[in-house]
Design a protein around this ligand. Sequence first.
Ligand code: ZN
Length: 196
Amino acid sequence: MKKIALTLLASLLLCGCAANGGFSKKDKEIINTSTEGILHVYTIESEDETMILRAKSEDLSRRALKSRDYALLARRMVETVSDTAVGGVGIAAPQIGINKRVVAVQRFDKEGAPFEVYPNIYILDYSEDKKKGPEGCLSVPNERYEVLRSTSVTIRYFDINEGKVVTESVEGFTAVIFQHEVDHLEGIIYTDRVLM
Ligand SMILES: [Zn+2]
């Protein structure tokens, strides 16, 4: 009996920690803050926020992706980036203080240019063909610089509707947004890539 109780306690402790691809207590606090209105966007103007922006982000577990917290995070990221005062074309979870691999991207290559959310996203392939273009970032206020980016990329992510990992080729400006946002998940800010 005692042994069973101890095993149960050990598994409870394991599930309780965030290392297995779940949301941490702090992540949940951010996601559930007031549940209305836009989220605070982290910037390089704050030292504490820069620490989060410079950290590598982790994948979410399948279980976390099915949670109410994930659904709320996805909705709130889109609400935040598409807010007229924010006016962005993409946002990554670290920019709202959550080091998990989730980005929201405006799909200019789709009709109506909808914002879509991509969990556990990676870029598998960058085209050798590159082009220079102006970029800005919600985390680097009031700046704009030219960055050299691949003209097409192959992305891999977990498709929530399909319930499986999928790959997709993206081109043009939308491909640039994906590169900018996935960089955030590696702790890279676009100013790192500016050609001097
Ligand atoms: Zn950015």
